[in-house]
Design a protein around this ligand. Structure first.
Ligand code: TYM
Length: 326
């Protein structure tokens, strides 16, 4: 049987190069080999306050981005999380499987809670359980994500294994697919932090919808390391990060990239990087603008139907096993 992949992104702002290089790029590459489900996880988005009208727009914008970067709705299922009620229902059951102590250990929760301090919602705490439900509903084999989701994937596996042990074999235990290069694209303004849409400094983060001027400016201001050599070297995180981005976008080998920059300076690296990024994003931005509302609605409706069918089968089984269906 064809193996399945499931992944998703939050419609909480603009998609950035980290999202693309760490995750979406691999979804596109894997979709022809696997039966694929790509979700816009709006239930996750409301774990922090959202403006309702904007959330609708951001949800639709993210769907457009999925399609524009190359997710093919003829072969992949693209859908909105809140359209498939089973995600919330399975989350409740899994809430009664996951342990408080497990969730308290989640570093992403601890980071976000530290920043927010007050008014942390129960939803933010429970976020990884909803993510486990997303994945387990589809009997997923592989979950292509960036490095920051590694711990959530481990929790998903633990919850699946515990449920299977207590109630009988029900869920497939999924594996994470985390690329060797690109799983952790760093901020351009602080290479000790990952590139993030919630970065305080907007210059650290290149958005997929940024115009040429913004891209040029952001790469120009990018922090560099001491020294002058331009080669892959993890002990020089700023240059390493810029080279990884260049390598992934151009699809040139690491050796070719190093040869290209041999004897050149940082200004050239930044200029070339801006140029290839602008050229790479141009057709994607064009496609985002071309997708009509009607096309988008049709794709999301079709996605919902396909996702629902599979999610329902899993949830019925879970209800039977746990004594919830009479
Ligand atoms: P989100 O929306 O924060 O990010 C979407 C994807 O982008 C990856 N990513 C990065 N990769 C490399 N470098 C970076 N700087 C970088 N920043 C983000 C993330 O790892 C992710 O793969 N919890 C998830 C969404 C989710 C999900 C799921 C994913 C909900 N349910 C089920 C997989 C399966 C999240 O917030 O991703």
């Amino acid at each position: 049987m064809t193996k399945r992949i499931f992944s998703g992104a939050q419609p909480t702002g603009n998609v950035h190069l980290g999202n693309y290089l760490g995750a979406l790029r691999n979804w596109v590459a894997l979709q022809h080999e696997y039966e694929s489900f790509f979700c816009i996880v709006n239930l996750h988005a409301i774990t922090v306050a959202q403006d309702p009208a904007q959330l609708v727009e951001k949800t639709r914008d993210l769907a457009r981005i999925y399609l524009a970067v190359g997710i093919d709705p003829q072969v992949s299922t693209v859908f909105v999380q809140s359209d498939v009620k089973e995600h919330a229902e399975l989350t409740w059951v899994l809430n009664c499987i996951a342990r408080m102590s497990e969730l308290e250990r989640m570093t992403q929760y601890k980071d976000k809670a530290r920043k927010q301090q007050e008014n942390i919602t129960v939803g933010l705490f429970d976020y990884p359980v909803l993510m486990a439900a997303d994945i387990l509903l589809y009997q997923t084999d592989l979950v292509p994500v960036g490095d920051d989701q590694r711990q959530h994937l481990e929790l998903t596996r633990d919850v699946a294994i515990r449920f299977n042990r207590d109630y009988g074999e029900t869920f497939k235990v999924p594996d994470a697919y985390i690329p060797k290069i690109g799983a952790r694209i760093m901020s351009l303004s602080d290479p000790s932090k990952k590139m993030s849409k919630s970065d305080d400094d907007p210059n650290g983060c290149v958005l997929l919808m940024d115009d040429a001027d913004a891209i040029q400016k952001k790469f120009k201001r990018a922090v560099t390391d001491s020294g002058t050599e331009i080669r892959f070297d993890e002990s020089r995180p700023a240059i390493n990060n810029l080279l990884e981005i260049y390598h992934l976008i151009t699809r040139k080998s690491q050796q070719e990239v190093e040869d290209h920059f041999a004897g050149k300076g940082y200004a050239q690296l930044k200029g070339d990087l801006a140029e290839v990024t602008i050229e790479f994003l141009r057709p994607i931005q064009q496609r985002v603008r071309e997708i009509t509302d009607e096309q988008l609605d049709a794709i999301l409706d079709q996605g919902r139907e396909k996702a629902e069918q599979i999610a329902r089968v899993t949830l019925e089984q879970v209800f039977k096993r746990t004594g919830l269906s009479l």
